[in-house]
Write a protein of this length. Structure first.
Lengths: 219, 89, 226
């Protein structure tokens, strides 16, 4: 896995360097003009947040039922990245919304779901950090519940929202915007792979250190 | 080890990342007069876009920095332990 | 066998509670004081804010429930009875269900206090007239909240910082149940009452309860094997 690190870094760096050129070349959106360009980083970050959440949930299930320690490492890495990319989504979204809609936040499905999902991911990290011994299993249980919760949050907030007036803007992608968008999505996925690789490597080395400590005590 | 790999990649990566957005921005080169400006247009967009992209870069770089620090700590511990095991056997 | 274990665990909890009624009394009074605080926050010039009543009912229930959960398992922890329960030759799922029923009964008692209180303080006079749907809403909501709560509280019994971790973990996961409860109660308080809407929220709560009860029973076993 370490062999992937250098090629992934170079690929990610190259893609992210090229991305601003592509974004600049994309046509302006007619009503939102410049501020819509936030979309090219905001939406891929949202994709990654969802992907990472699912990875964390699946890895937690494997950890609880098959008891594989490798699965726990993947779950932890995915949990951290869910919080990171979730924070990016939740920070860049209101910046776009303020200019495009005039308000920082509204009771939209996606916004509320993202916020609640992010809170669950933060809770996951808090349990692992402050839960004391045995907290890996507790956190895994939380991750499983959090992932199971996603459809319910979607339904409940969706129905709730329809009782209030709403201003949702979902741009359907024009030809010139599709290229930069999917390029950025790919760039983000490469970045995600890179960060996961590095984080899981770190966790594996920590496990090695723990094993060495234990071996030292036995010797 | 991994940290040295990091150290070798980092300057190149940083140069590429730092230069690109600067080259990509284009200043507005024409003024289109409007008689009735809607409320949203009265807030300039450029600061929002700049801050949004800056947040993405900074967040990712912050995370990479925390990885770097933790990796350094673990590698130091690993070396210490291997010395101790080596000197004992 | 399952039912018998559930009944035994429930009977144990009720017997312990019946000695001092500590948990019931303190939880009820906490719910009361929470509603009073909310009342001061959400009443302007003697008039309650539109739609505040249903939110306050369910938030007070959530807060009181969180405290009750924490203290139920604290009691188990101090008496070191949890290990005894887990070592007993009984299905873990049955033990979990026994504790769950106890918590649900406590939450229903809290609701029995809160509903008349909210009706009186917020002048929602029509609400009690629609009691069948209201009861369904309250029961399914309490079961949903209690299911997730009992699991998390049991999970956290030996964790550090468990008092603050429980709400941090519990509230995001129970948001759908609370949203359904608040909106369902709101629908019932409207004039005329939006009954199809309330029934839809009750249906969602039933789904939530089924899914999370199943999940909790599955997860309880691997989580509690230490």
């Amino acid at each position: 896995m370490r062999k992937l690190f250098l090629p992934l870094t170079l690929l990610a760096a190259a893609m992210f360097s090229y991305a601003p050129f592509m974004i600049d070349g994309a046509p302006y959106e007619s009503t939102m003009l410049l501020v819509q360009k936030i979309f090219y980083f905001h939406a891929p970050a949202g994709f990654i947040m969802l992907t990472s959440g699912i990875v964390c949930g699946v890895a937690s299930v494997l950890f609880l039922w098959k008891k594989r320690p490798g699965a726990d490492r993947v779950a932890l890495a995915a949990g951290e990245l869910t919080v990171l990319f979730g924070a990016i989504v939740l920070a860049t979204g209101p910046l776009w919304a303020r200019k495009a809609w005039g308000v920082w936040w509204n009771a939209d499905v996606r916004l509320t779901m993202s916020l609640v999902g992010w809170l669950i991911a933060v809770g996951y990290l808090i349990v692992r950090r402050f839960g004391g011994p045995g907290s890996e299993k507790l956190a895994a249980g939380l991750a499983v519940f959090g992932t199971a919760n996603v459809p319910f949050i979607y339904v409940s907030v969706n129905i709730w929202r329809t009782m209030h007036p709403q201003t949702t803007v979902v741009p359907s992608l024009v030809e010139g915007m599709r290229g930069p968008f999917w390029f950025c999505v790919l760039a983000f996925y490469v970045l995600y792979a890179l960060l996961m690789t590095a984080r899981i490597h770190l966790e594996r080395q920590r496990a090695l250190v723990n094993d060495l400590y234990l071996a030292q005590e036995d010797a | 080890m991994l940290r040295q790999l990091f150290a070798r990649c980092a300057p190149v990566v940083f140069l590429l990342l730092a230069a690109a957005p600067l080259l990509a921005q284009e200043p507005q080169n024409e003024f289109v007069p409007l008689s009735e400006v809607p409320r949203t247009e009265q807030i300039p967009a450029a600061p929002f876009v700049f801050v949004a992209y800056a947040i993405v870069w900074l967040a990712v770089l912050f995370y990479v920095w925390t990885l770097w620090r933790r990796q350094g700590r673990v590698e130091r511990e690993l070396q210490d332990l291997q010395h101790k095991m080596g000197s004992r056997s | 066998m399952f039912g018998r274990v559930v009944w035994l665990v429930l009977k144990k909890d009720l017997a312990i509670e019946a000695r001092s009624w500590e948990l019931v009394i303190t939880t009820l009074f906490f719910a009361l004081s929470a509603v009073v605080v909310f009342m001061f926050a959400f009443v302007r010039e003697g008039q309650p804010l539109e739609g505040a009543a249903s939110g306050i009912l369910w938030i007070a229930l959530a807060f009181a429930g969180t405290l009750a959960l924490g203290r139920t398992f604290e009691r188990e922890r101090q008496g070191e009875t949890l290990r005894g329960l887990l070592l007993a030759p009984a299905s873990r799922a049955a033990v979990f269900t026994g504790k769950l029923v106890g918590i649900v009964l406590l939450l229903l008692a809290v609701e029995l206090l809160l509903v008349p209180l909210v009706v009186v303080l917020f002048q929602e006079n029509d609400l009690l007239g629609r009691w069948p749907l209201l009861l369904a809403l309250l029961v399914t909501g309490a079961v949903g909240f209690a299911t997730v709560g009992t699991l998390f509280a049991a999970m956290l019994v030996r964790a550090r910082s468990r008092d603050v971790l429980l709400p941090i973990l519990l509230y995001p996961i129970t948001i759908p149940a609370l949203v359904a409860g608040v909106n369902g109660t709101q629908a019932l308080m409207a004039t005329p009452p939006a009954e199809p809407l309330a029934i839809m929220w009750i249906a969602m709560l039933v789904c939530y309860d089924v899914v999370f009860l199943t999940l909790a029973l599955w997860v309880f076993e691997p989580l509690m094997t230490e």
